[in-house]
Ligand binder design. Structure first.
Ligand code: ADP
Length: 600
């Protein structure tokens, strides 16, 4: 199931910087050209200055060389500016594209991927890792390119002066290069580990902030701090390991050059004294040799940056390579487009809005949650699913909404096998009040309009009245009222009613309700039941999961789910008669006398 291809940072980078459709090739090419030319131009200045000086001595006309000097100076400024701007612009473009690509994908992953991952880690990939990408492009790659070119230039000059001494130099530099290569390869791994620790630290911190009240009450602040601190410590240690490697890399290069210099002095000195090499050549050779120390050091530093950036690109690339919900379902099988009737020449109206036939399901590697679950939900009915906690009731709703792919059997929604419908087509038929439905940071209006972006303020006010939330409009800000992070300004009951309002506005034929009245008083609950009755009268279907039986007694059909299969179904009255499990549930909730438990 899980596609674990090792993500390639280089592939990700190439895709973002070089792919034709990104329109960045010209930036890459111009940036490279500017990086190459910018250091070359100043080399001309001394030559021109020499011309001017000797021209002045000989009292020749100076206009031409002075103009040339001005032009060269200006060209240098322009090229340096262009190099900085083009590369930064390229880097920013890659960073923003990576972020957008990550967000686009992170919003569309199959639900099971969120179960597998820590939110904080995903967020750190989006923020920290993408920032690390920036330095690869704006500093790393081009430092290497210009250093390599300078290196090639120096080697050519050295070869012209004395090929033998060059061979001696290169053998020493090559030795260092092999050692460096091994060290560099490990840098990417270590950097990757460091970034993973940062991801874990963010995840721990997020966990702590989310549960800050509970943490206070349980006096666990210090322990939570320590959890985060442990992760920070891990990241610190990985950072130190990285620094130790870098500390070896830099002097290794300098030492290699020094060894080369000693050997050149030794061999060159011998040759000079034996008269087979002019002293001037040896001096020139050594001077050029010293001049490649700087670019070599610059290249090693840049290589380190690139390794860190590639590790970050690996982590971003890993997310970018997780198939989205749609991709995983396979575009080829999606036949029913969004829309209430589906299409495909099938009958528009089937008697069953939902049908489970022998459905088996387990969460990612867990034990079976449903096995052989079979039931139908008649169109236009109100059907309840009850049973002991952990029996798989919420899972049934999750499978109807196609948050997960079921294992065996068939699930039909609106007469269509859900596997033949796109996720959008299934969801375009339904609306939902989840258990603990989230309130989003933002205004009341934004929260209500989530599924009904075109709803007018009038409609919003009216639906707030329907769910007994009219009191929220008494606030001076009305619909603009900011509900705070996760709707912190609302009570539990208000949050639940807001979820109802949202679901009613996003009005669809099938309404899924998961413990939708758990935080409501009985008055609100009966008001909402009236709403459900009017939905039923309009031919709409409701599937409700609830722990408490009282709100379900007038449902058309009640399904008892236990141990992942349907053990009984019927009406409240018939189940009281026929289902021992239902009778136990009813008795525990005071709906029937405990003595009744004895009667069959
Ligand atoms: P109910 O709604 O009847 O209380 P659920 O459908 O929520 O039961 O859960 C059924 C079983 O599936 C439980 O054992 C629960 O631990 C497990 N489960 C629920 N959600 C997940 C999930 N996202 N990942 C793994 N296991 C889960």
């Amino acid at each position: 199931m899980r596609r674990e291809r090792p993500a390639s940072g280089l592939r990700t980078l190439r895709r973002l910087a070089w792919d034709r459709d990104n329109g960045r090739r010209h930036l890459v090419l111009l940036g490279c050209a500017a990086s190459l030319l910018a250091p070359v131009v100043p080399l001309l200045q001394p030559l021109i200055v020499r011309d001017i000086v000797s021209g002045a001595e000989q009292q020749r006309a100076l206009l031409a060389p002075v103009v040339l000097l001005a032009a060269v100076t200006l060209a240098e400024a322009v090229l340096t500016g262009a190099q900085v701007y083009l590369l930064k612009r390229l880097a920013e473009g890659v960073v923003v594209d990576t972020r957008l690509a990550l967000v686009r994908r992170l919003l569309r992953l199959p639900i099971v991927e969120y179960d597998r991952r820590r939110l904080g880690d995903l967020i750190s990939r989006l923020s920290t890792d993408t920032s690390l990408l920036r330095s690869v492009i704006s500093n790393g790659v081009f430092d290497i390119v210009s250093a390599v070119l300078l290196g090639i230039g120096s080697i050519t000059v050295l070869a012209l002066i004395d090929p033998l001494l060059l061979a001696i130099t290169l053998s020493s530099v090559l030795l260092a290069a092999v050692a460096l290569w091994t060290l560099m390869a490990s840098l990417r791994g270590i950097s990757r580990t460091a970034q993973e620790h940062v991801g874990r630290m963010t995840a721990e911190f997020e966990r702590a902030l989310q549960g800050v009240r509970t943490i206070r009450v349980f006096d666990a602040t210090e322990r939570e701090y320590e959890r985060v601190a442990r992760r920070a410590g891990d990241a610190y240690r990985a950072g130190l390991r990285l620094s130790r490697r870098e500390a070896v890399v830099q002097p290794a290069v300098t030492t290699a050059i020094q060894i080369a210099v000693f050997m050149v002095l030794l061999v060159g000195g011998y040759r000079v004294s034996s008269g087979s090499m002019p002293l001037g050549d040896l001096v020139a050779f050594l001077l050029y040799l010293f001049s490649i120390v700087l670019p070599l050091n610059q290249a090693t530093r840049a290589l380190t940056t690139v390794q860190v950036g590639l590790a970050a690109a690996d982590r971003a690339g890993e997310v970018l390579e997780i198939p989205t919900e749609q991709e995983r379902a396979g575009a080829g099988r999606e036949r029913g487009g969004p829309g209430p009737a589906g299409g495909g020449g099938e009958p528009a109206v089937t008697p069953h809005m939902v049908e489970f036939r022998d459905v088996g399901f387990r969460y990612d590697g867990g034990p079976p949650v449903l096995s052989g679950a079979t039931f139908t939900v008649a169109r236009g009915s109100c059907t309840a699913v009850v049973g002991p906690s952990g029996g798989g009731k919420s899972t049934v709703l999750a499978l109807i909404a196609r948050f997960y792919e079921h294992g065996s059997g068939t699930i039909r929604v609106d007469g269509r096998d859900v596997r033949e419908l796109s996720h959008e087509a299934v969801r375009s038929r339904l609306s939902m009040v989840e258990q603990g439905a989230p309130v989003f940071a933002g205004s009341l209006r934004e929260n209500l309009r989530l599924g009904a972006p075109g709803a007018s303020d009038e409609e919003l006010r009216s639906v707030l009245g329907d769910v007994e939330l009219g009191e929220l409009l008494d606030h001076p800000d009305g619909l603009d009222r900011d509900l705070g992070d996760a709707g912190i300004v609302l009570s539990g009951g208000q949050r639940q009613r807001l979820a109802w309002a949202r679901a009613l506005l996003h009005d669809h034929e099938l309404l899924l309700l998961d413990e939708p009245t758990s935080s409501l008083d009985s008055e609100t609950e009966s008001r909402l039941q009236r709403l459900l009755r009017s939905r039923r009268a309009a031919g709409h279907t409701t599937v409700m999961v609830a722990h408490r039986l009282a709100p379900l007694v007038d449902c058309d059909r009640i399904i008892v789910l236990a141990g992942g299969t349907v053990t009984a179904e019927g009406t409240h009255a018939s189940l009281l008669r026929d289902s021992p499990l239902y009778r136990v549930l009813a008795a525990h909730q005071g709906l029937v006398d405990v003595e009744d438990l004895a009667t069959p």
